[in-house]
Design a protein around this ligand. Structure first.
Ligand code: CA
Length: 658
């Protein structure tokens, strides 16, 4: 339950909206029982409001119009004393003598096709069999997470997926699916086999851009929110029947939980798809959005508007929405799009409240915006303020671009593709953006100081859905390299991600050289660009097995998952190497509670082989050519004693002492 003072506290900017009443009840939207349905909206500037009930989600069939009564703190309410199950509804409000369009309520939990109308459902009807027994996997520490970022439709659409329900929630929940050669798993089985701990689903709430009545006609990532508390209809087998998308999304969550994998939702509270015509803005003009000095919608998102998380009723909305996804859908974490738009106080309130109901919830986001915001930088959840965020991580673009080159300069290379002088950016990634005495912060590509208070503050990655996928980035920026060299670069890049401290993050398909055919921003590209071609898995079994083994090593060895900045500063020692483009570091496994007393990780980001001296006798875990020495299936890889190490070009080696 929300506490009044939490909504009011803080340094929120003064605005004309600060005089608006705040409603602190948690019953906005609809409260349904068979005996009665209570409809409640917040519209403090309205002079009149009405509820319109329909027999269907589209078309005419208006059943009745019911006037609403002004109630406390800006709310309007009406109660219908007959069973409204399976009815649809909209609202209209009259502000300054003008009636709004017919709109849904932001708190709506079920909708008809394309979200044109809200729907009255009994949520009990939406639970899969044994839903009450559904249990999330336990995450002991945030840095234990290995996240796999995936778009629902991309996973199953390609014929090579061998999945029956193409592009649907239910397709991603299928098991027993195989590549066309019949030899390799696809979809959920593949993800389970790879060993990741969480799947991060690109937007799966109801977004605006794909016509749910004809999803084949369009594609979108879904960063254009329409209804925050409803699953997207184009991923449902029937978008017209409101309970179907809810049931099928829950079945997807359940299917992953049964395999021990958590589900993270990508959430986009920073803007709405519609601006003047959004349901938020028609109910309470201007209130939910920030304005520039001229009173116009400000645009830190580059999407036409930015929401105002510092205002109590949007703060409340975000918090209640997130709590709802955890309680109703058993969601295990959230990735906040353009989190730098939101204020720190709201993010920390959200984190505290979510951790109360799910102590191991995983929260992270983009610590930047896509434009200037009127809210001061010091108040927003930017990367530079990451240490002020309570149990929330931000993406390390320092590591991302340090590994493979700037996402903005297509020809730019990174450490893994042979660019000189990137060592400190990589070392900064290895220590998860924390303070470390051996990192020269002046030489880091972007940040000039450590910004993380702990490894749980940092998401370590080298690519995501945005910008070129790793394979395409290497093909463009390292175009003179051979195909074989580029595969080694890809292996080195992924090795750095998975041997760095912090939360590991992989983009789906990178483990078998997924390509988007050079398309940089595929947010609305056709399936021919976005869908995962699973035949690549059959073509690159070595890379897939290698990534799987890196994940397995990381999960077995706590030395790669240190929990505090202090441990990182004390247990990791970089070697004083003289060859530019090479990095080696030792982790004190004994101090970290690892079964290996010492671990040595070496990266060679140069086109030439390099030889580094070793003190003491080491055993090899990963061979000098980015390959696992033993059969990846075996629990204990074979080993070989060495006292000096040749590291091949563009490769990673991991050695250990028992
Ligand atoms: Ca939709």
């Amino acid at each position: 339950m929300l506490i009044l003072t939490q909504l009011f506290s803080g340094k929120a900017q003064k605005s004309p909206f600060s005089k608006y009443p705040v409603y602190t009840g948690t019953d906005l939207g609809i409260s349904y029982t068979p005996q009665r349905s209570v409809f409640k909206i917040w519209a403090p500037t309205a002079r009149a409001a009405e509820l319109r009930l329909y027999h269907s989600g589209t078309g005419q069939h208006l059943a009745v119009t019911v006037p609403m009564v002004k109630s406390k703190n800006g709310t309007w309410v009406t109660t219908v004393f007959t069973d409204q199950k399976n009815k649809f509804y909209t609202f209209r409000v009259n502000i300054n003598g003008t009636w709004s369009d017919e709109i849904t309520d932001p708190y709506v939990k079920a909708v008809g096709v394309n979200g044109k109308r809200g729907a009255v459902v009994d949520m009990k009807d939406t639970n899969p069999l044994n839903w009450e027994k559904d249990r999330s996997p336990v995450l002991k520490n945030p840095a234990d997470a290995v996240i796999y970022e995936l778009h629902v439709r991309d996973a199953s659409l390609h014929n090579s997926a061998g999945i029956k329900h193409k592009g649907k929630f239910s397709g991603l929940a299928e098991t027993g699916t195989l590549t066309p050669d019949g030899n390799r798993s696809t979809g959920l089985d593949h993800i389970k086999d790879l060993g990741v701990t969480h799947v991060h689903l690109l937007p799966s709430y109801d977004y605006n851009s794909v016509d749910e009545s004809n999803p084949e006609a369009g594609y979108n990532w879904g960063y254009d929110p329409l209804h925050y508390n409803v699953p997207e209809g184009s991923y449902a087998s029937n978008p017209y029947e409101p309970t179907v998308r809810i049931l099928e999304f829950k079945q997807l969550v359940q299917a992953f939980h049964q395999q021990g994998i958590g589900i993270i939702m990508d959430v986009v509270y920073n803007h709405t798809a519609l601006t003047e015509k959004s349901n938020f803005n028609q109910l309470v003009p201007g209130y939910y959005y920030r304005q520039d000095k001229g009173g116009k919608f400000s645009n830190a998102t580059a999407c036409g508007n930015e929401t105002a998380s510092e205002r109590p009723m949007f703060r409340k909305f975000m918090l209640e929405s997130l709590l709802y996804w955890v309680n109703e859908y058993h969601i295990d974490g959230f990735r906040f799009d353009l989190m730098g738009v939101h204020d720190i106080e709201t993010m920390n309130l959200i984190s505290r409240e979510l951790h109360k109901i799910k102590p191991d919830i995983l929260l992270y986001g983009e610590g930047w915006t896509a434009g200037a915001s009127p809210l001061p930088d010091s108040l927003r959840a930017l990367k530079a303020n990451a240490a002020k965020l309570d149990r929330i991580a931000v993406f390390s673009d320092d590591l991302r671009d340090g590994i493979k080159g700037s996402v903005f300069e297509h020809a730019d290379r990174g450490f893994a593709s042979g660019k000189p002088a990137m060592e400190e950016s990589i070392k900064f990634g290895v220590v998860a953006s924390c303070p470390h005495p051996q990192v020269d912060y002046k030489k880091i590509n972007y940040s000039k100081a450590p910004w993380a208070a702990s490894p749980a503050n940092t998401v370590s990655y080298c690519e995501c859905h945005d910008n070129h996928v790793l394979f395409d980035k290497l093909a463009i920026s390292a175009s003179t390299a051979t195909v074989i060299e580029r595969e080694q670069m890809q292996r080195l890049a992924l090795s750095i991600v998975l041997t760095s401290q912090g939360i590991s993050f992989l983009h789906a398909g990178t483990e078998f050289m997924r390509s988007k055919k050079g398309v940089e921003n595929s947010y609305n590209s056709p399936d021919s660009i976005n869908a995962i071609d699973w035949t690549l898995k059959s073509l690159h079994p070595g890379l897939n097995g290698y990534v799987k083994e890196l994940i397995s090593m990381r999960k077995k060895h706590p030395a790669f998952r240190l929990q505090t900045a202090d441990a990182i500063a004390r247990f990791i020692r970089f070697s004083a190497l003289t060859i530019p483009g090479t990095i080696a570091f030792e982790i004190d496994g004994k101090a970290a509670g690892d079964e290996w007393s010492k671990i040595m990780v070496c990266y060679n980001g140069t086109p030439a082989d390099a030889e580094i001296p070793l003190t003491g006798k080491w055993e090899k875990y990963i061979h000098e050519n980015n390959r696992v020495i033993a059969d990846p299936q075996s629990d204990v890889p074979g080993s070989k004693e060495v006292n000096k190490l040749k590291i091949a070009s563009y490769s990673c080696s991991v050695l250990y002492q028992q």
